[in-house]
Design a protein around this ligand. Sequence first.
Ligand code: SAM
Length: 298
Amino acid sequence: MPRSAALLNSDDLSAETARPRRSSKPKLGQHFLVDAGAAERIVAALGDVSQRTVIEIGPGEGVLTSLLASRSRRLIAIELDRVLAAQLRMKFAARENVEIIEGDVLAIDFSTLLGPKPGLTRPGLVQEPERADLVGNLPYYITSEIMLRLFSLHRWLRTLVVMVQREVADRLAASPGSREYGLLTATARLYAGVEKLFTLPPQAFRPPPKVHSSVLRLTIAPQLERLGVAEAEFQDFLRRSFGQKRKTLWNNLKATYDQRALTQAMRRAGIAASVRAEALSLEKMAALYRALARGPGV
Ligand code: SAM
């Protein structure tokens, strides 16, 4: 499908004339953004990155990469497709602030990317990990896995601007009690404030996907301390609580906890026996978790 000149930036234009367009790999979720205005809005949603390190997931043909290369202090772009990674490396060879990493975002070690550099340590010197901003039009076949991995890497991250399938965006930004609220929403709430920014139709991409896409901004703000919960245990508790969507919270948890203790803890947390996990705020879930951790009361 030909693109109009208005959809291209100058970096794209020089690359376009140099080689024929390769076809995309649907298995890798390759739907390339061709709406230049949307690319601009996505990058702008990160705020001023002139002094920041930005990680880009799945740069593809580089529509966001081109904008970020000239705006960020350091850009690390992670692309799984070997051919695209090689093309990007050539395209940005002259940019000292851009690193193209060929790899799987689900496997990349963020501490190697962002941790202290060897040789910079000396006794008594405490180095805070560098927290990066992150951007990406995510490959939709692994969106939930990527989001869960990013939450597990929250200590390395600050602001995330991601494009996901509209339905996933609705789940991530849902309010308790709504049909879309679930384990992914509760986990997102545990680590970040979530804003839904805008939605794009399939025609904004080449080739067009079957679904609409939405852009979210997540501002990392872990709630573990405020809620008085231990990270791994509370995540496990959430997984069990949301175990089967049709079941009540009590039914999902009764195999794990002593039933009398569970009934008592729910009463102490002010939760009705008939309620489902998706109806409860994260605060209520944490109150139940704490009541169960405290054990049988008087
Ligand atoms: N950012 C580009 C754009 O907006 O036009 C491409 C977005 S496309 C939806 C998703 C990109 O993620 C593709 O370039 C694909 O090759 C890459 N990708 C797929 N799986 C990946 C993975 N596990 N790790 C890193 N990149 C991946």
